[in-house]
Design a protein around this ligand. Structure first.
Ligand SMILES: Cc1cc2nc3c(=O)[nH]c(=O)nc-3n(C[C@H](O)[C@H](O)[C@H](O)COP(=O)(O)O)c2cc1C
Length: 150
């Protein structure tokens, strides 16, 4: 059975943009290694204040992965927004895609009605998933653009 879990948490990574980027690179690289082993795919949205993550995969693996993540001291107060069975993966090509909120992706946020800072406490899991799908599409088209240009 394919499972999808959506949660948010408070980012406690100290330091400025640079420290944040270094930490995120590390988190994403460990995630990609573990998730490819465990059959987990998903997407991680983050800014300086929040993480919002979607995990999808086999039920037991999603639970184990979430339990491990929830204990990580780089964030706090992890809160599950939704867990459900899904007929297929929405992020099949990502062992963990990630998108930091930068001016470049602001347009995508605006399209979803998020002009100001993201407030996950007011988000539904459906809003998270549709935003992540558009961020994923943006990232894919950006990469294709780079390929064409090179
Ligand atoms: C916001 C956030 C998201 C994370 N996402 C994942 C993930 O998708 N998969 C994963 O294995 N670890 C993820 N981690 C890292 C785990 O908390 C943990 O450090 C890691 O799984 C330990 O892996 P190791 O036992 O191979 O060192 C995440 C951490 C944070 C702070």
């Amino acid at each position: 059975m394919l499972h999808q879990l959506v949660y948010y948490s408070r980012n406690t990574v100290p330091g400025g943009d640079r420290a944040m980027l270094i930490n995120m690179r590390e988190i994403l690289s460990v995630s990609q290694r573990n998730n490819s082993r465990d059959g987990i795919t998903g997407f991680l949205i983050f800014d300086k204040t929040w993480f919002v993550q979607i995990l999808e995969g086999e039920r037991g693996q999603v639970t184990r992965t979430y339990d491990r993540i929830a204990r990580d001291t780089r964030h706090a107060a992890a809160t599950i927004l939704n867990v459900r069975d899904v007929p297929g993966r929405l992020f099949p090509n990502w062992t963990m895609g990630g998108a930091m909120r930068t001016p470049e992706v602001q347009e995508v946020y605006l399209q979803h009605g998020f002009g100001g800072p993201l407030d996950p406490m007011r988000l539904t899991s459906e809003q998270v998933v549709t935003l992540a799908l558009d961020l994923q599409a943006y990232e894919v088209s950006r990469r294709q653009g780079q390929k064409l240009a090179s």
